[in-house]
Design a protein around this ligand. Sequence first.
Ligand SMILES: [Zn+2]
Length: 256
Amino acid sequence: MVSLEENDYPAAAYAPDGKLWWDRVAGDGPKGATGNLPRAASWLRFNVQPGERFTTEQVRSALGITAEHFQRRLRELRGLGWKFDGMKDSPGLNAEYRMREYGWWPGADGEKPKTTEKIDSGTRRAVMDRDGSRCRICGVGAAEPYPDPPYDPARITIGHVVPASQGGGNSLDNLRCECSRCNETVRAESGSGESFENLLAGVRNLRGADKKTLLRWLKIQSRERTSLDQMYDRVRLAAPGERAKIISWLEDMIRE
Ligand SMILES: [Zn+2]
């Protein structure tokens, strides 16, 4: 285990913004370059030489990570081309690991290897059907314009509730429809710029039942679709002639 002073690191250890790769946090870089996995990878790259031993505790304390299952991280690193021996390979290692070969880290040349399995088309369709091709976070539907400028049409993708980079898999309950805007973490952190007073006034004006629903949605960071939302999508996606019939049926009903 080599311990280096911060200014002893080679230039490659620094991101273009001058920070050490492993000191970067969400918002410091593009998606995939921050987060505990890329931080652990870059820390190991510049602090543990091939042949040297390390423990998960050392990585965790260097990065200030407390609440996390590091065993899973190590598995993920293996998926990114890292090779190190553990107790299984060499019983003498006990809780230590021995570095054999570096794999991907954020400053490395080349794309991050795809470690996650592709979502198969059947699963993709099942998620789209279940969520009505609407963003589960903000509620916008596929190709519907956003309610604010530049009113561009929403693009719906399949996202992971627990990110794939944190070990989230492709099971139906870990997948959901997300629009490309909600998918961007940077935007999610900067806020919309609306004044807090304005926001609070809007929340205050909600009916009691709506306040409850809003609270529930905010807590789970997801919008459930009501049976009315689901009916709207079913009619919206019906053949144009059938949709027109439903519209005139509703008009007759409401007039009665
Ligand atoms: Zn959205």
